[in-house]
Write a protein that binds this ligand. Structure first.
Ligand code: BG6
Length: 472
């Protein structure tokens, strides 16, 4: 396992909220090597001690009191660097090239290229050193390719780790276990037995503080291009021959390549864009996302996978900010039984089976089947939906980044996104942006605290909490 981590963007929001807390948990659980050290790189001026104090004040909750925090802070050195200054970066960081390193770019994508050049000049991209990148990788297919060309001029694909933190979430790994560890599910995992798939990522938070980024990206590029398409790919992929990185990524890529490009004619039927206006979320007033930004904070898309397994099965992808409740879930709806033999003709009672995987706020997996709880009178069998709890998750909740950091330090690429997946995902996203432009698809307003514009009602699964998840 590599024991040197260079963290670019160390004073950024992601580093504060997730990356340093993940390292803290890994140290506490003795998962990191003896000589583990962190080189933190940011723009703000701090001495080593100044940065340590700054970080200590930002670590929240129980983590503040753990002995691991002192241990982590002791291992950190800080450098204030301007990444555009290649020579300056190389001069400051070459001292860390004495051991194989993992450089983690938690920076905007426009800094990937200069950072890469600085790291290369410092000798920090020589094999077996590795590079980790945060999404978004580019803004469209063309810019993603340009970034990739820069990366490839410094190191090869086997040492490039593109993070999608959704792949580090425990229920996502459980999905693979369920799909490929059970003949029962795999046998029905196709268009003959599956009616539709819903993938929902609803957040109560808004764009706050990231207006500039969001105005350029919007929810389609920020959420669908990566997190939601990764979930879709894992649900829809063929069984890999083995659980190694390339076998899995080969199959994911095939699914992404099979996504039917959207045309301008379909844009109106298969997608809805929304932008939140002033409203109330969690009982608090929330300000709208400025009307001057012609970009979506909510998107609903019906995706079609043109292959043998999924012909005719809609995958509804819905994501939005400032929704009434946090809900990240995948719902696989099976088709109803072909012939209803029970006494009650009432089709209400023939509720189709459903597999529901929740990632947030709770991590659960439940399979809903029909069963007979009681026969109220002789001769009549009443069926009721019954849910089996299939959650097999470890009791300790982990930050998704913990698993991904360990894998990057170890060199396991299974949960990282490969270059051709990123390209295939952009190709589809670009088709949607082009369809929206050609069709003039408007961004519809919705009040913060609602489930998006009314036009999106058909895209929403019935499992979403009513009344924003609060008691009436
Ligand atoms: C990030 C997006 O990648 O994922 C954010 O840039 C979003 O806009 C976040 O809020 C959601 O992640 P999670 O793990 O909170 O669902």
């Amino acid at each position: 396992m590599h024991d040197t981590l260079l963290l670019f963007g160390a004073t950024g929001d992601l580093a504060q909220r997730y990356l340093f807390p993940s390292l803290l948990h890994l140290l506490r659980d003795r998962q990191l090597p003896e000589g583990f050290r962190v080189v933190a790189i940011g723009r703000s001026e701090h001495s080593d001690d100044g940065f340590r104090d700054w970080l200590r004040n930002r670590i929240q909750g129980e983590d503040r009191n753990a002995g691991a925090l002192d241990d982590l802070l002791r291992r950190i050195r800080y450098h204030a660097l301007d990444l555009q200054d290649i020579d300056g970066v190389a001069a400051a960081l070459s001292q860390y090239a004495d051991r194989p390193a993992v450089s983690y770019l938690s920076t905007p994508p426009n800094l990937f290229e200069p950072a890469c050049r600085g790291l290369k000049a410092a000798g920090l991209l020589e094999a077996p050193s590795r590079l980790v990148l945060e999404k978004p990788i580019g803004h469209d297919l063309e810019s993603a390719r340009a970034i990739d060309a820069t990366l490839k001029s410094a190191l090869d694909e086997s040492r490039i780790f593109r993070i999608d933190h959704y792949l580090g979430k425990a229920p996502v790994q459980n999905l693979l276990a369920l799909r490929f560890g059970n003949a029962l599910l795999e046998a029905v995992w196709q268009h003959r037995w599956i009616d539709s798939v819903d993938i929902v990522v609803a957040e109560t938070g808004g764009v706050d503080g990231r207006e500039g980024y969001y105005a350029d990206y919007g929810a389609l590029r920020d959420m669908v291009q990566n997190h939601m398409l990764q979930l879709l790919a894992l649900i829809a992929m063929e069984p890999p021959a083995a659980m190694d990185a390339d076998s899995i990524r080969d199959e994911k890529r095939k699914v992404l390549r099979a996504l039917r490009p959207m045309t301008a004619e379909e844009a109106g039927n298969d997608s809805v864009r929304g932008r939140y206006t002033d409203g109330v979320v969690d009982g608090k007033a929330a300000k709208g996302f400025g009307r001057e930004y012609d970009v979506e904070t909510f998107v609903a898309v019906r995706a079609w996978i043109d292959n043998w397994r999924w012909a005719g099965v809609p995958f509804r992808l819905v994501t939005g900010k400032r929704m009434p409740a946090r809900a990240t879930e995948v719902i696989v709806r099976f088709k109803p039984v072909t012939h209803w033999v029970f006494d009650r003709p009432d089709k209400q009672h023939a509720r189709p089976n459903r597999l529901r995987m929740r990632l947030q706020p709770e991590e659960t997996i439940e399979l809903t089947l029909m069963g007979s709880l009681a026969a109220p009178e002789w001769g009549a069998t009443e069926l009721e939906p019954m849910s089996l709890d299939l959650s097999m998750l470890p009791p300790k909740r982990r930050i998704a980044y913990e698993r991904l950091m360990i894998d990057a330090l170890k060199g396991d690429q299974t949960l990282f996104v490969r270059d051709d997946e990123v390209e295939a995902a952009w190709r589809w996203i670009d088709s949607i942006n082009a369809a929206w432009r050609a069709a003039g698809t408007p961004v519809q307003d919705y009040p913060a605290g609602s489930w998006g514009p009314p036009e999106a009602a058909d895209f929403l699964p019935t499992t979403l909490p009513v009344n924003g998840g609060r008691k009436p």
